[in-house]
Design a binder for this molecule. Sequence first.
Ligand SMILES: Nc1nc(=O)c2c([nH]1)NC[C@@H]1CN(c3ccc(C(=O)N[C@@H](CCC(=O)O)C(=O)O)cc3)C=[N+]21
Length: 286
Amino acid sequence: MTADRIDGLAVAAQIKDELAVRVAALREKGIVPGLGTVLVGSDPGSQIYVGGKHKDCAQVGIESIRVDLPDDTTQAQLEEAIHALNENPACTGYIVQLPLPKGLDENAALALIDPDKDADGLAPASLGKLVLNEAGPLPCTPRGIVELLRRHDVELNGAEVCVVGRGTTVGRPLGLLLTRKSENATVTLCHTGTKDLAAHTQAADIVIAAVGRTGFLTADMVKPGAVVVDVGVTRVDGKPAGDVHPDVWEVASMVTPNPGGVGPMTRAMLLSNVIDRAEQMAAGQA
Ligand SMILES: Nc1nc(=O)c2c([nH]1)NC[C@@H]1CN(c3ccc(C(=O)N[C@@H](CCC(=O)O)C(=O)O)cc3)C=[N+]21
């Protein structure tokens, strides 16, 4: 038996259609959402992701402002670019593409983002709101995973979820999201210090692999019938590959492919965050 494929590309396309309607309504009120990106350096993966984000913007009617800085950018130059976007009225939300090249201080950069323009939900004020259960922009990958599972009627209430990976962009905020009352899952957050990883993944109804090691999650680590979400991306011979070993498809009930699963959802949620914020501005809550 082979698992059902959770089609992230199809869901993301559907979400983008919904968002395009909301952007048109905003434009009618004279509000034009604009997404800024700050990309430092020439990492090929990051170039692809940022390029994709601008294509998405064009599809739904969001203006985009692209700031590309060279590999040898200093912290002061990066901070200047961030201040410029904070001050730019055409930019209603923006991201600083991570990881930054060695030598640049990511947390210092994220702390300078105007919290009202944080499209990634990764600025300290936004992560603080998530911990405090206050409304705010949510980190795009965790939000995309929850949305993808919801739209496939995967029960989260009471589910045993094993998240592998404790990174700041995925694993750690995902644990916070899934344990809110509205999701109500029980989360086990595993990491490199976990003693018996397989014991945790085998006990889970939903396994979420956010590690970044090709084929890391093998079939023997998954309970028959479990739902498996493949987040980590590595490149093998230039092609994107995921954390989930292909044999897992013979054991699980549903799997998100990678590529074609969580990645497109991450991009769709970035657009959502920008539009959510623009609608709040339109409603006069800004
Ligand atoms: N500040 C910041 N925000 C991010 O959201 C962010 C980031 N930094 N740094 C890097 C990660 C990674 N990420 C991806 C987005 C889309 C795909 C995506 O669309 N992938 C396609 C395949 C595209 C390809 O060919 O690689 C897919 O999965 O189908 C993947 C990965 C966002 N990230």
